[in-house]
Design a protein around this ligand. Sequence first.
Ligand SMILES: Nc1nc2c(c(=O)[nH]1)N[C@H]1C(S)=C(S)[C@@H](COP(=O)(O)O)O[C@H]1N2
Ligand SMILES: [Mo]
Length: 310
Amino acid sequence: MRIKSSEITPVAAFRQRRLLLKAAAATAASVATAYAPLSPALERQGGERLSGVRKSFLSVMEQPTEREDIVGYGNFIEFASDKSGHVERSQLMAVRPWTVAVEGLVAKPRRFGIEDLLKLPLEERIYRHRCVEGWSMVVPWVGFPLASLLKQVEPLGSAKYVEFISHADPASMPNVRRPLLDWPYSEGLRLDEALHPLTLLAVGLYGEVLPKPNGAPIRLVVPWKYGFKGAKSIVTIRLVEREPRTAWMKAVPDEYGFYANVNPDVDHPRWSQGKERRIGEFFKRKTLPFNGYADQVGQLYTGMDLKKYF
Ligand SMILES: Nc1nc2c(c(=O)[nH]1)N[C@H]1C(S)=C(S)[C@@H](COP(=O)(O)O)O[C@H]1N2
Ligand SMILES: [Mo]
C-alpha cells in the first residue's frame, strides 16, 4: 500500500485548518466573549431546522460524513477556485427572496418561490457523493424528488432534456467577474434521468436549511453521477429538445462529458477513477459503478457505450 503525500495533502491540510479554527473559536469564545464574534461563516452554516422531514428508504446504510467537512470542503467556483475559500465568501450571497423558474417545453411554466418549495413533503436522503477529483462523502441531504416539481409543469412530448442554471451575480461572486467558465454555471440531464426517483432537489443538510457553501437555497443532487452535475443555487430549470451544452463541457470538452456517470473503468484525463478518498478516512476505497447505484439506474443506459458517452 503506497499513498503519495501529494494525494493526501489537500484533505489533510483542510482538516488540520478546521481543527485550528475550532480551537481558535473555543479560545475566543471563553476569553473574549465581549468582543465581536468570529466570522459567522466559520461558526455556523444554515441553522434553521426543517420540520416534518421523513426518513427515506432510498438512503444508504453508511455513516454520514461530519457536517463540518461537508460544509467546509467542496467546490463553488463562483466564489473561489480552491476547496474552502467559498465557505466564507458565499456568505455574501443573498438567498431570500429566491425563485426558481421552471420553463421551456412545458404546458404550465411557473416560478416557484423558495418558501413554497420548502412546504413540499421533504425527505432525508443519505446519499454517496463522489467528486470527479477523487474524493467522496456520505451526505444526509433533505429535499424532494425533482420529478415531483417537473410533474407540476407538465413536460411536453418534445421535451427530451432538462437544463439547470445556477445563480450568477458578479457583485457577490468574485469569480463570475473572471472568464473561468461561461457563466452562469449550467448542467443538464436527460429527461428520464431527471425523472428518476433518486434525482433530488436538495434544500437542506443534516435536517437544517442548506448552508450557502453547499448551494443554498436549492441545488441538484444526482448520486450516481460525479459531483459537478449537482448544480448549486439554481434559478432556472428549462426543459429542452436537444442535449444542452453544460458549462464544463464548453470549457473542457474532453474532460467533462454530458453523462458523467461514476465509472471506475473510465478514467478522467487527469484523475484515475478506480478509487476514491472518503473524507474522514485514511485508506482509499474502491469506486463502485454508478457510485453503488447500478441496480437502480443501470437500465437507463442499456446498450450505450459508456466510454463514448462519458
Ligand atoms: N453553481 C455551481 N455548482 C456546483 C459547483 C460550482 O462550482 N458551482 N461545483 C460542483 C462540484 S465540482 C461538486 S464536487 C459539487 C460539490 O458540492 P458540495 O460542496 O455540496 O459537496 O458541487 C457542484 N456544483
Ligand atoms: Mo467536483
